[in-house]
Ligand binder design. Structure first.
Ligand code: ATP
Ligand code: MG
Length: 328
């Protein structure tokens, strides 16, 4: 899919004037049009509801043609067949892989949330390398897209991890496509363009580090909270649809404040990250524990809530010494 295919004027009945009105209302692509409600569209461009529904429907139809939107009614057998194609990427740690029943899944959005320094970015770097490993080593022999919103992508770190894992570092870097997202709209645009990259090279992993930082910064204050949640929700759904349509693994990160240990119950609620929570297929909470890191799987459709330990070292994400030696 290319961005041209998502251009508003490719739809019947949308001329330059309507296009401009839509853009003024923040609707830039067919994707935006498909996601906005008809009454919102009607209001934005001053047409009646019937016309707005027509625009909305033809936008949805276009997305279905492009494989970005599921058909409304699907036989369960088709879903079953598609799920047979789910593949897994090793995290670099056996412990963490076990927690995830074999690694990060394609056709799903996996969210890692935790406080600063808990290892979210390190894990993202590691996955960009491990996805390239041969299948017998837990990889998928494919590349990665890294959407960097906080300017924390470091090729030098990838170089180090690749070398430590026996891959050719420069080749490994060649297979990682980096996109810096300058604001939330840019971040959405980049995701809508993933298809055009995937068409050109084998990609099995998309990382968004961090998924929420821009939304959090741009939508400060209560008045805009609902809008932020709506935009974030839309972004997450777009990611999930891309993961499903392209059989990709999507990994997003979300920074949260660690709650003091005196509080029982949920150790850490993603501040304003609840929309992310509802859309992520898997949610893993990361916590610092001295030199180690603890990962806990939360809200999974079929994993019970449980936790494990991993470390960060020159290989990126790895198992603690004790467990690796025990397993030998
Ligand atoms: N080469 C390395 N070897 C060992 N540990 C490292 C190395 N590089 C980074 N780390 C560890 O990773 C930590 C940083 O983790 P990371 O950047 O992944 O955190 P984060 O969860 O992304 O935080 P933030 O929310 O601020 O983005 C460092 O504090 C350090 O402990
Ligand atoms: Mg980080």
């Amino acid at each position: 899919m290319s961005i041209e295919e998502l251009s508003l004027d490719t739809l019947d009945g949308i001329g330059p004037v309507t296009k401009q009105k839509l853009e003024n209302a923040g609707i830039y692509t067919v994707l935006d049009l498909a996601i906005r409600g008809p009454s919102e569209i009607a209001e934005a461009i001053g047409v009646d509801l019937k016309k707005a529904i027509e625009f909305n429907s033809s936008a949805r139809l276009r997305l279905m043609e492009l494989g970005l939107l599921e058909k409304e009614f699907i036989p369960a057998s088709e879903i079953y067949k598609k799920r047979q194609n789910i593949e897994r990427i090793t995290t670099g740690s056996k412990n963490l892989d076990e927690l995830l029943d074999g690694g990060i899944e394609t056709q799903a959005v996996t969210e890692f949330y935790g406080e600063f320094g808990s290892g979210k970015t390190q894990l993202c770097h590691t996955l960009c390398v491990t996805v390239q490993l041969s299948r017998d080593k837990g990889g998928l022999e494919a590349g990665a897209i890294y959407i960097d919103t906080e300017n924390t992508f470091r090729p030098e770190r990838v170089f180090q991890i690749a070398e430590a894992r026996g891959l050719e570092p420069l080749k490994t870097l060649d297979n990682i496509i980096v996109a810096k997202a300058y604001n939330s709209s840019h971040q959405e645009l980049i995701v809508s363009e993933i298809g055009s990259v995937v068409d050109k090279m084998p990609i099995k992993l998309v990382v968004v580090d961090s998924a929420v930082a821009h939304y959090r910064a741009e939508f400060l204050g209560r008045g805009t909270l609902a809008e932020r949640q709506q935009r974030l929700n839309r972004f997450m759904h777009l990611l999930l649809r891309t993961a499903e349509a392209r059989n990709l693994a999507v990994v997003v990160t979300n920074q949260v404040q660690a709650a003091p240990d005196v509080f029982f119950g949920d150790p850490s609620k993603p501040t304003g990250g609840h929309v992310v929570a509802h859309t992520s297929t898997y949610r893993i909470y990361l916590k610092k524990a001295g030199k180690n890191r603890i990962a806990r799987i939360i809200d999974s459709p079929y994993h019970p809530e449980r936790e494990t330990v991993f470390v960060l070292n020159e290989k990126g994400v790895d198992d603690p010494e004790e467990t690796t030696s025990k397993k030998r």
